[in-house]
Each structure stands twice: as C-alpha cells, then as structure tokens.
Design a protein around this ligand. Structure first.
Ligand code: ZN
Ligand code: ZN
Length: 329
C-alpha cells in the first residue's frame, strides 16, 4: 500500500482568511486596508465575502497576495420583524468562485429565495450554485440558531465552518466541532474551515477585534488562483486558530502526525471512540502515531495547544482511503 496523505506531501502552505466583510457591505475596512493588515500578519489569501455582493478584487493581487472572488448570502426563517431578530433562524452560505475569469463581473449575484422551510429548494440552490462554478460553505450554525434538524439534511456542500471568529467574539460560540461531526454522521462528506468573519468594528488591539482568530492553511504548488482553488476543491488544507499541522499521512496502518508544540493530539472518528496522545503536565508534544483498524468510519485529527487553541484536518473516510490505495495499486 502506498502512503495516503491527509495533507499533500508537496507544495507550500499559504495562510488564508476565507470569510471577510468590507465597506462594500457592513464591514468597516476597505479591501485595500484588509490586504494591508492581513499581509502584515503573515496571510497570503483573503476571500472577500460581502453580504449579497459578489466581488473579485483582482487589483489587489501581487506576488505575495491573492484575492478570492466570493460573497455570502442568506435564507431567513420568516419575514423578520425587529423583535424576532434574536431568535430568527437563518442559513448563511459562503460562495467561492472557481472561475471568476469566466464570469461577467457586472452581473448581479444569484441570491436564494426566502424559503427557509423548503429543504429541497435550499439543496436545489446549493446544487445550482455548484453548477455555476461555486464552492458552497455552510456558515456559523451556532450563531444562526440552527440545530441538527436544520443542517443534517443539507446536501452538496463543499465545507462547513467549524470555527467562526466573529461568533467567538460575539458570544463565545466560535468553535462548533459537534456540528461538523453531526453533519458527517448524517451522511454528508464535506470539508471544514476556520474563518474570521471579520467586520472590524473594533480596533485591532481590542479583545473584541474579530480579525486574525480563525484561518486555513492551504497547501498549494503556487499562489495562483488556479492552484489555490484546486487545493481548496480537493481539501488540501487544515483549519486552525493557532497551532500548526506540519504533516499528516497514513503509512501501512499507521497514522502519523507532526505538529507545532501542543498538549493534545486526538483522532476523532465516526463513532465515539477517539485515539489520543497527550503531553505530560506542563509539557508539549509535536508528533504522534496511531494504529488504524480500518473500522473507524471516518477520521479527523484535532489538536489543542497550551492556550486552548485548536487546529484540525478535514475528515477522511476509511472506504475512500482504501479505494485510493487500491486504485494506486
Ligand atoms: Zn454570516
Ligand atoms: Zn459573514
């Protein structure tokens, strides 16, 4: 059996914020200011996801920065009255354009109708946007007041947000791994991302600042739209709020992981069993090896550093891993 890579062997990691609002919707910063502040902090990629406002800020691109064309749209539960807002359920979806060069940049973005209770309609919208050339991400379930009943029947999604930094600042409900596992256990095969969802209404040095808290590390051959979008499509990235995952691959029946210094390296599965390696009190670890049985259903790595920050891989299904190995001979 050949080695199976949860993160590609070749390429370079690029730090990306995949959820960002600017003055084009309800954010406080211009796209130029976003680029400047994120580049200062080691980011190479920002997806601009203004509310119902599609934009491709290609004028920002240079050898060290790539802007992804995107927007965020929503389907609200019922016609909102001001008094209903705190408990209003809503689907928020990010749409990432795979081929902005093929799209008329002046055309209005396709927005969904407000048919919250109509799951077939919502899945049809997701399907049609995929066919239009977009990757569709399901955002911040916790903030959206949504439960298993609202998201277990979704189909055709590219990813969901396991961490949303704006929600963390808003109500300490940023990290929602249970939502990801519930979606996987309901039969969806999708990736997971950490994002900022920044609006920048607070200064950068405030603990209420919503920037620089959730990101993805994308492993791509180069910083071009084609390579980066291809890596996103194939799931060649991991999410993080701080720690790094340098390597993750399966050799024979051994899963091997290398990380920045962390306290805990866990392998979450389809059932409640977990593989785990933890550091001695006050110490850290940077690698782990686990023996796989083939009966895990899916696996995903979740690590936690001494500050409590998580990072983790996408989920990988054992039948896919086996099929890939068989196909490769
Ligand atoms: Zn949203
Ligand atoms: Zn947003």
């Amino acid at each position: 059996m050949r080695d199976f890579y949860l993160l590609p062997k070749d390429g370079q990691f690029y730090k990306a914020n995949l959820h960002c609002h600017t003055v084009l919707s309800d954010g406080s910063l211009t796209p130029e200011q976003i680029k400047e502040e994120y580049c200062k902090r080691g980011y190479s990629i920002v997806a601009f996801t203004d509310h119902d406002h599609y934009a491709w800020h290609r004028e920002l691109d240079d050898e060290g920065f790539l802007a992804l064309a995107a927007y965020e749209t929503e389907i609200e539960q019922y016609p909102a009255r001001e008094a209903d807002w705190p408990t209003l359920k809503v689907y928020h979806l990010n749409l990432y354009d795979r081929h902005p060069e093929k799209r008329s940049q002046e055309a209005a973005p396709k927005l969904p109708q407000r048919r919250y209770e109509d799951l077939d309609y919502i899945n049809g919208y997701i399907r049609s946007m995929r066919e239009e050339g977009f990757l569709v991400c399901y955002n911040h379930a916790y903030w959206s007041m949504q439960t298993h009943q609202d998201y277990s029947g979704l189909r055709g999604l590219w990813a969901m947000e396991i961490y949303n930094n704006g929600c963390e600042r808003d109500g300490l409900y940023g990290y929602t791994p249970q939502v990801y596992d519930e979606m996987l256990r309901s039969g969806q095969r999708l990736y997971t991302v950490a994002t900022d969802d920044n609006h920048n209404h607070e200064p950068f040095d405030s603990l209420l600042c919503d920037s620089f808290g959730g990101f993805v590390m994308i492993k791509a051959k180069s910083l071009t739209y084609k390579e980066v979008m291809g890596a996103l499509e194939r799931g060649e990235f991991y999410f993080s709020c701080g720690p790094q995952i340098q390597e993750a691959y399966i050799h024979g029946n051994k899963l091997r992981v290398k990380t920045s210094p962390v306290e805990k390296i866990y392998v979450i599965q389809e059932g409640r069993n977990c593989y785990k390696k933890v550091a001695a009190p006050g110490e850290t670890i940077t690698e782990a090896e686990f023996t796989l049985t083939g009966h895990e259903g899916y696996i995903r790595i979740d690590i936690r550093d001494p500050k409590g920050f998580h990072a983790g891989t996408n989920s990988f299904w054992m039948d896919d891993i086996l099929a890939a190995n068989l196909a490769e001979g």
